[in-house]
Design a binder for this molecule. Structure first.
Ligand SMILES: Cc1ncc(C[n+]2csc(CCOP(=O)(O)OP(=O)(O)O)c2C)c(N)n1
Length: 309
């Protein structure tokens, strides 16, 4: 497929996902936001030989749909149907079973080290949300990745939301580095001076400019830990993603690509009320009206929390 066709594919996946989840509920918001990510990674990398690890795995519906499980997705999270999360016994494309947050960097690094020890040329990619990036285990992975220097790409899928809006020092840091005006203006000045055919070659230089700038000014957390930092780019733009991932593919060592996405992307009720649409229950796909049901009855944790308070 060419890039125009990939754009069409992304909107078809979204439509299908909304239709399926309207009567068979699931984690819709996060998966809507990660459609382009799933399509771009599979387009650029040679999966399942290259390894793609989804953190938590609740955002991987598009990944499931384009890896041979489109029809089966109708029975997502049902008895004898698909798991709502990546599952190794379900598909060779699910390189790691998850559910718990913050595991992907460690898992991906393990796969990269195994590939090195076995003399295999494999790319390993971890996709982790800004919420999952606040979990301690993610830092065990980063700690070891920046030290071992194996070839690993961490894609930080930053939508500013976990289940509720993400808060804390890391959130503030990500906001600072993704909105750096100095960097953005320098980057566009350099970019505008480069002719089209040489843009590809020079992309690495603009990346390096950012790296240098980050070190000299704000100091990216990830650079300090030994990961090369790239971004932030629009993670809902398939062209930018494919272009960037294609460039990064040839850069060795531990790297982090910061992408900004919108949770619920492409389905307006889910974009407007991102907390509810993390896992909305059943709904009418035309109107977005949610079907009263289990989702509206107090959950065990609500009762527990209220009683404790
Ligand atoms: C260890 C652990 N704690 C809590 C959860 C519950 N949980 C599921 S998804 C999620 C939010 C993850 O947010 P983020 O990583 O930003 O991904 P997004 O949904 O925004 O794509 C949480 C906390 C979990 N799966 N694992």
């Amino acid at each position: 497929m060419d890039l125009d066709q990939l754009e069409v594919l992304c909107s078809e996946i979204r439509e299908y996902m909304v239709e399926c989840c309207s009567h068979n509920p699931g984690h819709l918001g996060a998966s809507l936001g990660a459609v382009e990510l799933a399509v771009a990674v599979h387009y650029v990398f040679d999966t399942p030989s290259d390894k793609l690890v989804w953190d938590v795995g609740h955002q991987a519906y598009a990944h499931k749909i384009i890896t041979g499980r489109k029809e089966a997705f109708r029975r997502n999270r049902s008895k004898d149907g698909l798991s709502g999360f990546p599952k190794r016994t379900e598909s060779p494309y699910d390189s790691f079973g998850a559910g718990h947050a913050s595991t992907s960097v460690s898992a991906a690094l393990g796969m990269a080290v195994a590939a090195r020890l076995n003399g295999q040329k494999k790319k390993v990619i971890a996709v982790i949300g800004d919420g999952a990036m606040t979990g301690g285990l993610a830092y065990e992975g980063l700690n070891q990745a920046g030290f071992l220097k194996d070839d690993i790409l961490v894609i930080l899928n930053d939508n500013g939301i976990s289940i509720d809006p993400t808060s804390g020092a890391l959130h503030n840091h990500l906001l600072r580095i993704s909105t750096s005006k100095t960097y953005n203006s320098i980057k566009s000045k350099i970019w505008n001076r480069i002719s089209a055919p040489t843009k590809k070659l020079f992309r690495k230089i603009t990346f390096s400019t950012k790296t240098a700038l980050m070190n000299s000014t704000k100091g990216s957390l990830f650079e300090s830990l030994g990961m090369r930092y790239f971004g932030a780019i629009n993670g809902n733009d398939i062209r930018t993603l494919v272009e960037t991932l294609t460039s990064l593919k040839d850069i060795g060592g531990p790297k982090l690509l910061h992408v900004i996405t919108r949770k619920g992307k492409g389905y307006s009720p889910a974009e407007k009320n991102q907390e509810i649409w993390h896992a909305p229950g059943k709904f009418d796909p035309e109107t977005g009206a949610r079907t009263p049901g289990c989702a509206d009855i107090s959950s065990y944790q609500d009762v527990f929390g209220e009683t404790l308070v």
